[in-house]
Design a protein around this ligand. Structure first.
Ligand code: ADP
Ligand code: ADP
Ligand code: ZN
Ligand code: ZN
Length: 949
C-alpha cells in the first residue's frame, strides 16, 4: 500500500486548539507559524509528536510498556497518516559532562575506529614509534636502513633495576655468550663489571656482530630471532658505518613494547574515555579534577592567620585551642610564620609553606597534653600543608556531608595526568598522519574537515580507513552547513547553547539517513546569523529529499518563504487563537487578507525604522575582554539607549555579555559572587544602580507561580476579595484567598489544584485534584464572589477579562495593562508557570519591570528576546523595550533579528567569523553607520532594510 500523502488531523483540541480539519502534506518542508501563543507547539509537539510517541509505546511489548507507563492521549478525535516521529528540540544536547560535539554527532565513534585500525603507537617514554614486526620485516628494515654497515644486535634484558646481577652474567657466560652492554658500555662476560646493588642498572646482551649484506640474510635472520628470544620480543641494532662513523640506531619489537613497557593492542575502546581501556586512570575520563584552590582557602588575604585568613582554620583560631590550633602554633614556631600580620604581608615562601606544606624532612613539634597535667610532651610531625590536607581528607572520607564541606574550597581544574585530554597516555600517543586523537578533536569543525581530507596514508591504510573517513567527512559537512564551523569537536555538551545543541542534533539526524520519518523542530534558526540561514534551509530541504516530512515551528521570513507548505495559526493568542488561519504555499499566504503573517510577508504591515537614534548619556567600558575567543578587545556600551550586540554564531556575543558584563555588574551592584570572564578593566559602572537579566527561563518551577502572583496583581485581587461584605462578615482577611496558606485553600492538594504523580523513566505528571476539581480552594471560600466570579474563576480568566472586571481599580489596572502591553492579554492570570513558553515567561518578567517605578539607571540585558516571537509579537516587544529606554534605562540585547537590530540606537557588531576567526569588534555605531561597514556581515544585511523606507 502506498504511503498516504497527507497527515489528516480532525478535531484537535489540545490546550487552545480548535481545529476541525487540517491536512499536512508529507515528505515536504512544512512551516507552522503564527503569533506566540497561537497554538503552533500545541499541534506540532503536544499533539502530533506526542501521539507519535504514544503509538510507538503502544506498539511495544506489554513487558516494555510496564516500564514506560501510560502516556496520555492528546485531545484529538482523528489522526491518520502519522509516520514515526522524532522531535529535535532546543533543550541542551546533554548535561552529561562526558558528552562532546564529537560524541553527540558520532564523529568520535568513527575517529575511534580510524585510530584503532590505522593509528601508529608511539612509546610514551621515548616517543619512538612502537610497531610489532616479524623477524623477516626486521631483517628487511636492517638491510634497507643500514646497507653495508657493521651491525651490533642487542637483546635488552634489564631496564633500570637495582641489583648486582652476578648470577645473570654467570649464566650468560655459561651459555656461550661473550659480551654484555651495561649502562651503555660493553663488557666481556669473562670479566664482568662489579655493580653496586644500591643503584639501578640497564643491561643488554650482545647477540651478534654482523655486516648488513643481502648475501648474509640467513645469518642475520638467525641472529635476529635469537635476539628476540633472549630480549623477550625486543631487539636493538646499532650500526657502524665506514671508518667507524656511527650509523643509525634501530629498535624493533615483535610484541608491542618499547623502553621496557609493553603497549596494549589497539581497539576502538582504547580511545573511549568511557571505557577503562581508554580513560585516564587519574580522572576516570572526566578531564578535570577537583582541586583545592588557594583563593578559596584564603578568601580575604588582608586578614592575619589568627584573624581567620585560612578559612578552614578560622574557627580553631577563634577558639584558640584544640589540635588544629596546636599544629598552627607549632608551624609558626618551626617555620617562623607570623600569625598576627596580614596574610598578604607574609613572604611568598611562607605562604607556600602554609598552603603546600613543609618541604624536605623538617618536622614541626606539636605540643600535646594540657599545660598542668603530668602527661604532656611534644610530637614531631611533618606538616603537609592546608591544600594537600584538604585534598587527602576529601579523598579519604566516606561521608557525603564532609565531602560537601571540603568542596567549598575546591574548584575544577584540568587533570594534570592527561592535561584535560581524558585519555590514558598510551592512547594519546597513537597518531594518524602524525596527529594524535586529542589534537584531532581539539580542531574546529572547519579545521577538522580540511585535516581529514588531506591525511597522508599508505595505500593499504587508505583502503582500511575509507569507510570511517567517509562518515566523518559527511558529518563534518553537515555541521558546516548549519553554521557550526567554529565549534571544536571536544567541546563539552553542557556548554553548548540551546540553538547550537539543536543544530548539532539536526546534523546527526542527517547522518542517520533515515527515511519516512517526521521530524519536528522548534525554531532551528535561533542563534543563527542571517548569513547562515540559507545553509540551514538547504539542510532542512536535504532532510526532506531523503523522503522525510520536516515540520518546523518557525517565525523566520526566509524559512517561511522556502517552505513547501505553510500553516498559519491564529488569529490571536490563547483563547483568541487556536485556529488555522491559512494553509497553503508561502506565495498565497502573502495574499491572504486574514493572515497577520501574510500582511508582514507582503509588506502590507511592517516594523518601522525609528526616525532618530538616541544619543548616549554616558557609557560603560570593558577593557581587554579576553573570555573564550575574545581577542583582548575594548568595548564601549553607550547608556540610555537600545543597544544590540550582533555577529555570526560563535562570534563572542555571549562571552562578552553573559560571560563578562553581566556577572561583573551583578557582583558590583548586587554583591553576588559570580565568576567573571577574563578582562582587564571595567569603567563607568557607577552610572548604573541595577542590572537585570530578563531571560526565557520559567518564572517558577511549581504550579504555584503564575502571572498574577508574579506581577503581584493577585495580591491586590485578594485584598479586594477581603473587602467584600461576605468576607468582612466572616472576618476573612486576604490570606483566606491565598492558595499558598492554610485556611481557604483545598487541603487535599494544598492549593495546587493538581496532584503530582511521579513516573518512572518519564517526567512527572500532574493530574487535577479530585477534591476541589482543580479549583484550588475549599467550598466555603468559593462561596464569595466578585461581580459574579469566585476567586477560582478569576484565576481562570484572561488578563483582558480581568481588565474589564477591575476597571474601577486603578492600581490593579496599571499592572494588568503592562501585561496587555507585552502582548499577554490573552493569558489567564492563573496560568501556571510550568506551562508557559519561554517567550511568554520572558514577557511576564518584562511586564513586572514595567510596573516598577523607574530609577532610570537600570541596565536590562536580554539574550535573543525574539525567540518564539512572530513579527507582530516583535513589534510589541520593541514597543515595550523602547518604553524602558524612554524612562532613561539602557536595554542591551543579543540579537540576530534584523527588525530589532534596525531599531537599535547603537550596534556592537562582533566577528568577523565564529570561534578563532571572531572575537573582534567589527563595527560600532548607529544602524546607518554599521550598514556602511563592508567587513560587517550584519551591516550587509541591514543596509537594504534601511534603504527601503
Ligand atoms: P505557540 O507555539 O503558538 O507559541 P502554544 O501551542 O505553546 O503556542 O500555546 C498555545 C496556548 O496554549 C497558549 O495560550 C499557552 O499558554 C497554552 N498552553 C501551552 N501549553 C499549555 C499547557 N501545558 N497547559 C495549559 N495551557 C497551555
Ligand atoms: P556567540 O554568543 O556570538 O554565538 P559565544 O560567545 O557563545 O558566541 O562563543 C564564542 C566562542 O567561544 C566560540 O568559539 C565558542 O565555541 C567558545 N565558547 C563559548 N562558550 C564556551 C565554553 N563554555 N567553553 C569553551 N568555549 C566556549
Ligand atoms: Zn586525566
Ligand atoms: Zn484540591
Amino acid at each position: 500500500m502506498r504511503e498516504p500523502d497527507f497527515i489528516e488531523v480532525k478535531g484537535a483540541h489540545e490546550h487552545n486548539l480548535q481545529i476541525d480539519e487540517l491536512f499536512v502534506p508529507k515528505r515536504k518542508l512544512v512551516v507552522f507559524t503564527g503569533v506566540s501563543g497561537s497554538g503552533k507547539s500545541s499541534l506540532a509537539f503536544d499533539t502530533l509528536y506526542a501521539e507519535g510517541q504514544r503509538r510507538y509505546i503502544e506498539s511495544l511489548s506489554a513487558y516494555a510498556r510496564q516500564f514506560l507507563g501510560q502516556l496520555e492521549r492528546p485531545k484529538i478525535e482523528h489522526l491518520r497518516g502519522l509516520s514515526p516521529t522524532i522531535a529535535i528540540e532546543q533543550k541542551s544536547a546533554s548535561n552529561n559532562p562526558r558528552s562532546t560535539v564529537g560524541t553527540i554527532t558520532e564523529i568520535y565513534d568513527y575517529l575511534r575506529v580510524l585510530y584503532a585500525r590505522v593509528g601508529t603507537q608511539h612509546c610514551t617514554d621515548c616517543g619512538k614509534p612502537v610497531r610489532s614486526s616479524s623477524p623477516e620485516q626486521i631483517v628487511d628494515a636492517l638491510l634497507a636502513e643500514a646497507p653495508g654497515c657493521k651491525l651490533t644486535l642487542f637483546a635488552p634484558l634489564v631496564t633500570h633495576r637495582k641489583g648486582e646481577f652476578k648470577d645473570l652474567f654467570e649464566e650468560l657466560r655459561g651459555r656461550g655468550f661473550l659480551r654484555v652492554e651495561v649502562d651503555g658500555e660493553i663488557h666481556r662476560l669473562d670479566d664482568p663489571p662489579k655493580l653496586d646493588k644500591k643503584f639501578k642498572h640497564t643491561i643488554a646482551l650482545v647477540v651478534d656482530r654482523i655486516t648488513a649484506r643481502p648475501e648474509d640474510r640467513r645469518r642475520i635472520t638467525e641472529s635476529v630471532e635469537l635476539a628476540l628470544r633472549e630480549g623477550k620480543g625486543e631487539v636493538r641494532a646499532e650500526a657502524e658505518g665506514k671508518g667507524g662513523a656511527s650509523g643509525p640506531k634501530l629498535q624493533f619489537s615483535e610484541s608491542r613494547s618499547c623502553c621496557g613497557k609493553s603497549f596494549p593492542e589497539l581497539s576502538p575502546q582504547s580511545f573511549s574515555f568511557n571505557s577503562p581501556l581508554g580513560m585516564c586512570p587519574d580522572c576516570n575520563g572526566l578531564g578535570t579534577r577537583n582541586e583545592a584552590a588557594p583563593d578559596l582557602v584564603v578568601p580575604d588575604p588582608s586578614l592575619s592567620i589568627r584573624d581567620g585568613a585560612i578559612a578552614p582554620w578560622a574557627s580553631a583560631m577563634e577558639r584558640g585551642e584544640g589540635w588544629t590550633f596546636r599544629i598552627v602554633e607549632a608551624l609558626a614556631e618551626a617555620c617562623d610564620v607570623d600569625l598576627d600580620i596580614a596574610w598578604n604581608k607574609l613572604s611568598k615562601k611562607k605562604r607556600d609553606t602554609v598552603l603546600f606544606g613543609v618541604q624536605g624532612e623538617q618536622k614541626i613539634a606539636v605540643k600535646w597534653g594540657s599545660e598542668n597535667s603530668a602527661s604532656q610532651g611534644t610530637w614531631g610531625m611533618k606538616f603537609e600543608g592546608v591544600i594537600p590536607n584538604l585534598m587527602r581528607r576529601f579523598r579519604e572520607t566516606d561521608s557525603e556531608a564532609a565531602r560537601d564541606y571540603y568542596r567549598k574550597y575546591f574548584r575544577e581544574a584540568p587533570c594534570d595526568a592527561c592535561g584535560g585530554k581524558r585519555m590514558r597516555p598510551e592512547s594519546l600517543a597513537v597518531r594518524v598522519s602524525g596527529v594524535g586523537i586529542a589534537d584531532a578533536t581539539a580542531l574546529t569543525v572547519q579545521q577538522a574537515s580540511k585535516h581529514f581530507a588531506s591525511l597522508t596514508l599508505t595505500r593499504a591504510q587508505q583502503t582500511i580507513a575509507e569507510g570511517a573517513l567517509r562518515e566523518i567527512a559527511a558529518r563534518l559537512t553537515f555541521l558546516l552547513n548549519v553554521g557550526l564551523d567554529y565549534l571544536t569537536l571536544d567541546r563539552s555538551g553542557p556548554t553548548l547553547s540551546g540553538g547550537e545543541a539543536q543544530r548539532i542534533r539536526l546534523a546527526s539526524q542527517l547522518g542517520s539517513e533515515l527515511s519516512g520519518v517526521m521530524y519536528v523542530l522548534d525554531e532551528p534558526s535561533i542563534g543563527l546569523h542571517q548569513r547562515d540561514n540559507q545553509r540551514l534551509i538547504r539542510t532542512l530541504q536535504h532532510l526532506r529529499d531523503l523522503g522525510n516530512t520536516v515540520l518546523v515551528v518557525e517565525h523566520d521570513e526566509d524559512t517561511i518563504r522556502a517552505a513547501d507548505h505553510v500553516v498559519d495559526f491564529g488569529p490571536g493568542a490563547g483563547h483568541l487563537g487556536g485556529k488555522v488561519v491559512f494553509s497553503g504555499s508561502a506565495k498565497e499566504l502573502a495574499r491572504c487578507k486574514e493572515s497577520l503573517t501574510g500582511a508582514y510577508l507582503s509588506g502590507r504591515k511592517e516594523i518601522a525604522v525609528p526616525s532618530r537614534r538616541r544619543p548616549a548619556r554616558g557609557k560603560i567600558k570593558v577593557l581587554g575582554a579576553a573570555e573564550h575567543n575574545l581577542r583582548g578587545i575594548d568595548v564601549t556600551v553607550p547608556l540610555g539607549g537600545l543597544v544590540a550586540v550582533t555577529g555570526v554564531s560563535g562570534a563572542g556575543k555571549s562571552s562578552l555579555v553573559n560571560g563578562i558584563l553581566l556577572p561583573a555588574l551583578a557582583n558590583k551592584l548586587h554583591g553576588s559572587l559570580d565568576r567573571v570572564g577574563a578582562h582587564k578593566g571595567l569603567s563607568g559602572l557607577e552610572k548604573l544602580d541595577k542590572v537585570i537579566a530578563i531571560d526565557q527561563r520559567p518564572i517558577g518551577r511549581t504550579p504555584r507561580s503564575n502571572p498574577g502572583t508574579y506581577t503581584k496583581s493577585f495580591d491586590l485581587i485578594r485584598e479586594l476579595f477581603a473587602q467584600l461584605p461576605e468576607s468582612r462578615a466572616r472576618g476573612w482577611k486576604a490570606g483566606r484567598f491565598s492558595f499558598n496558606v492554610k485556611g481557604g485553600r483545598c487541603e487535599a492538594c494544598q492549593g495546587d489544584g493538581v496532584i503530582k504523580v511521579e513516573m518512572h523513566f518519564l517526567s512527572d505528571v500532574y493530574v487535577p485534584c479530585e477534591v476541589c476539581a482543580g479549583k484550588r480552594y475549599n467550598a466555603q471560600t468559593l462561596g464569595v464572589t466578585y461581580k459574579g466570579r469566585t476567586i477560582a474563576e478569576i484565576l481562570d480568566s484572561s488578563v483582558d477579562d480581568c481588565l474589564e472586571l477591575f476597571e474601577n481599580h486603578p492600581p490593579l489596572k496599571r499592572i494588568l495593562n503592562t501585561l496587555v502591553d507585552v502582548g499577554l492579554g490573552y493569558m489567564k492570570i492563573g496560568q501556571t508557570a510550568t506551562t508557559m513558553s519561554g517567550g511568554e515567561a520572558q514577557r511576564v518578567k518584562l511586564s513586572r519591570e514595567l510596573c516598577k517605578v523607574q530609577t532610570g539607571n537600570t541596565l536590562y540585558v536580554l539574550d535573543e528576546p525574539t525567540t518564539g516571537l512572530h513579527f507582530e509579537d516583535i513589534a510589541r516587544l520593541l514597543h515595550v523595550l523602547q518604553r524602558l529606554v524612554d524612562a532613561g534605562n539602557t536595554v542591551l540585547v543579543i540579537e540576530h533579528n534584523l527588525d530589532v537590530i534596525k531599531c537599535a540606537d547603537w550596534i556592537i557588531d562582533l566577528g568577523p567569523e565564529g570561534g578563532q576567526g571572531g572575537g573582534l569588534v567589527i563595527a560600532e555605531g548607529t544602524p546607518e553607520e554599521v550598514a556602511r561597514v563592508e567587513a560587517s556581515h550584519t551591516g550587509r544585511f541591514l543596509a537594504p532594510l534601511l534603504r527601503r523606507k
